[in-house]
Design a protein around this ligand. Structure first.
Ligand SMILES: Nc1ncnc2c1ncn2[C@@H]1O[C@H](COP(=O)(O)OP(=O)(O)OP(=O)(O)O)[C@@H](O)[C@H]1O
Length: 721
């Protein structure tokens, strides 16, 4: 039986190894099984006792029990419970009195001997039972020992089962890993499949494209061949036509040949005539030959004259070259003398320019003109009426201007006052831009010699400052700035022959309400905060964040001026006629280097269009807060300019005077161009109108003050490297 069980376990184990998932069932089976062997053992025992395998234990058969005693050695001991049941089942026939009824000896009417025999039999049976019981007690002990052995086996099996479970878990983990690997591999296979599908698609696409290209090429070749065929056909047709043409030509040539033959015969007759004529010509030729000899003699005479003239020309050319050289030297000397004269004159000069009365100055008449006078006469009459009493008595040197004013005295009498002013040059209303520039051209060009030059236009609003400085769009009306720039470029070009090379840069700034705006900035309206920086070593001035544009041609300067002008007009629309309320400063910096002598020069030309100089009450703007601020700022900066000029004049006398450049942005910006080392020109612009006479007088007085100031001697910024 043990071997059977073992075999069952071994089979189960093997099954468990093959099918790990079924193992828990084995465990459960184990717990329930311990009872089975007992029953089996009992059954086996019983079956062995009975000699059959199907008979149940509940049917006791006493005779078989005796037999079983002889075969007991091979039976497994029953468990205590089963042995009890077996015991009770085997004892049943002995105990049950009902069974005794069935016996024949139990007849109620039987003799007493019979009873004692029965008792004996019963006693014998009881003895048998006792002996059977003692025999089964041994069996029970054997069975218990078997049970203990079975339990230890069960424990072994459990340990085995645990070990197997662990193995199962490991196997599961392995399986999971394998599954994961499997899924990775299947992913890879999937990706590979996809890639292959893509590659296949690409290949198909390429193939299709190549097929299409090949088809296209085939179609192209076909069409090309068709074209070539057509061309060939046309060529053949053309050749045929040409052959026809040639045949026609041949036919015509034959006709021509016929005609030529006729001509030849005609010519032959002509030749005979010509030979006669040739003889006559030979005679004529002879006469001409003698004529030619005479002409040759004449030609030789002329050639001799020409060579002597050439010699004279060469001598003249040399003379011209020498004269040119002399002229150049004279020009250099003249420039030097000019600068010396300028230096001797002092470096502040004042010009005065009166603008003409403009049609826009004349108010439209309230009453229509009477028919007797023409429109032109009326305009002229009105102009005369409006014109202030300004005279220019110095017809020779043009240095004087006389202004007469008439006012009513307290007594009602007319009081006439005449004011005389003298300046370096006075320009009448008819003076052209060219005339004004002629006077300042040398000053402007001296910046190429390394001077700092500053030209101001001063005057009330509408007096012609912008017209003088910037001018109009035409060549005749262009102002001082474009003319000065052109002049500087021209001079720089001329000085190239002397080994000078110049680099020029331009900057255009506006000062409005003591704020600097870059008119060449990038945006439409400059919002940057600019600062003025001076370099005392080089006497140069720099404005932070202001655009300094390299200048290459006067045309470029003109377009820059246009840009600046448009930016000023943007500002003007934003700020209510701001252009006349701000100072504009155009600066041309020029640095030169003489490649022959190694000399270097640094000069600058500042052309300043000042803000309108009218006084606060005269402009009638006191009520407007912004305009009041503007006017105060303008007045402050203009009086700061006057103070600086006055201080420079005093410095000339005392030597150590403080110059208040920092009192305004304008004077601080122009510090290096106003100091004693530079050349300054103020152009005083005047309105010709009687209505502006008082403003004009104020301007004339200011300009006289400036004119009377003598400031040091201008100095060149030249160094030798
Ligand atoms: N010499 C002149 N010949 C002809 N027209 C002139 C002359 N001077 C000025 N004008 C004209 O007079 C008008 C006013 O001149 P301009 O604008 O130059 O004055 P301004 O003093 O610069 O004024 P603002 O301070 O407002 O800029 C302009 O129409 C200008 O063309």
């Amino acid at each position: 039986m043990t071997s059977l069980k073992r075999k069952a376990i071994t089979e189960d184990d093997e099954e468990a190894m093959d099918q790990p998932k079924k193992l828990p069932a084995i465990g459960r089976g184990h717990q329930s099984r311990p009872l089975q062997p007992t029953r089996n053992a009992t059954n086996l025992t019983t079956s062995r006792l009975n000699g059959t395998t199907s008979r149940p234990l509940t049917r006791p058969q006493a005779p078989n029990l005796t037999t079983s005693r002889t075969t007991r050695g091979t039976s497994a001991p029953p468990t205590s419970s089963s042995s009890r049941s077996l015991y009770s089942s085997t004892r049943q026939p002995a105990k049950a009195p009902t069974t005794r009824k069935d016996l024949p000896i139990r007849t109620a009417s039987g003799p007493t001997r019979c009873i004692s025999e029965d008792d004996k039999k019963i006693q014998a049976i009881a003895n048998k039972v006792d002996s059977w019981q003692s025999m089964h007690g041994n069996k029970l002990a054997g069975l218990e020992a078997d049970m203990a052995a079975e339990r230890s086996k069960v424990a072994d099996l459990e340990a085995n089962h645990n070990f197997l479970r662990k193995q199962l878990e490991d196997a599961k983990t392995q399986e999971l890993l394998k599954q994961r690997e499997l899924s990775n591999v299947s992913d890879e296979i999937e990706a590979l499949k996809k890639r292959h599908a893509r590659e296949l698609k690409d290949l198909e696409f390429d193939l299709k494209r190549e097929v299409t290209a090949a088809k296209d090429e085939l179609a192209n070749m076909k069409s090309r061949h068709a074209r070539e065929l057509m061309d060939l056909e046309m060529d053949v047709k053309k050749r045929e036509r040409e052959i026809q043409q040639l045949q026609e030509d041949l036919r015509l040539c034959r006709g021509d040949l016929e005609r030529e033959r006729e001509t030849v015969s005609t010519l032959k007759s002509t030749i005979s005539h010509q030979s006669n004529a040739r003889i006559a010509l030979g005679t004529e030729n002879h006469a001409l030959q003698s004529q030619k000899t005479a002409l040759q003699t004449e030609l030789d005479m002329y050639l001799a004259t020409i060579s002597s003239l050439n010699l004279k020309l060469e001598a003249s050319q040399k003379e011209i070259d020498a004269l040119k050289h002399e002229t150049m030297e004279a020009e250099t000397a003249r420039r030097k003398l000019h600068n010396m004269v300028q230096e001797l004159k002092g470096n502040i000069r004042v010009f005065c320019r009166v603008r003409p009365v403009l049609p826009s100055d004349i108010p439209s008449p309230e009453t229509p003109p009477d028919s007797s006078s023409s429109g032109f006469d009326l305009a002229e009459r009105l102009k005369e009426e409006m014109r202030a009493n300004i005279a220019f008595p110095d017809r020779l040197d043009h240095k004087e201007i006389v202004v007469a004013s008439s006012s009513e005295s307290a007594t009602g009498q007319e009081r006439k006052e005449v004011y005389n002013f003298n300046f370096d040059r006075v320009f009448e209303p008819e003076s052209s831009q060219a005339e004004v520039f002629e006077e300042i051209s040398l000053l402007a060009q001296s910046c190429t010699d390394g001077y700092n030059v500053c030209v101001f236009a001063y005057g009330q609003t509408g007096s012609g400052k912008s017209f003088t400085m910037e001018g109009g769009p035409t060549a005749t009306s262009s102002g001082m700035i474009p003319r000065a720039v052109e002049q500087v470029f021209r001079v720089a070009e001329e000085l190239k022959r002397k080994g000078w090379e110049y680099k020029m840069e331009g900057q255009f700034l506006e000062i409005y309400n003591e704020t600097i705006n870059d008119l060449l900035g990038k945006g439409e309206f400059d919002k940057k905060k600019h600062e003025i920086k001076h370099d005392p070593k080089t006497n140069s001035t720099r404005v932070t964040d202001a655009n300094v544009v390299p200048l290459h041609s006067p045309t470029q300067v003109r377009s820059l001026l246009a840009v600046a002008q448009s930016r000023r007009s943007v500002a003007a629309t934003l700020m209510n006629e701001r252009s006349s309320r701000s100072h504009s400063v155009f600066t041309l910096r020029i640095s030169g280097h003489n490649v022959n002598t190694g000399e270097r020069s640094e000069g600058s030309l500042n052309l300043v269009d000042l803000a309108g100089s009218e006084r606060l009450n005269a402009s009638g703007t006191a009520a407007d807060k912004d305009r009041l601020k503007e006017t105060q700022s303008i007045n402050r900066s203009l009086s700061a300019l006057g103070d600086v000029i006055a201080a420079l004049g005093e410095k000339g006398e005392k030597g150590d005077k403080h110059i208040p450049y920092r009192n305004s942005k304008l004077t601080y910006l122009l510090q290096n161009s106003l100091s004693g080392n530079s050349k300054t020109l103020m152009i005083l612009n005047l309105s010709p109108l009687a209505a502006h006479l008082n403003e004009s007088l104020t301007s004339l007085r200011f300009a006289t003050k400036v004119n009377n100031t003598t400031i040091g001697t201008a100095k060149k910024q030249v160094r030798t490297s």
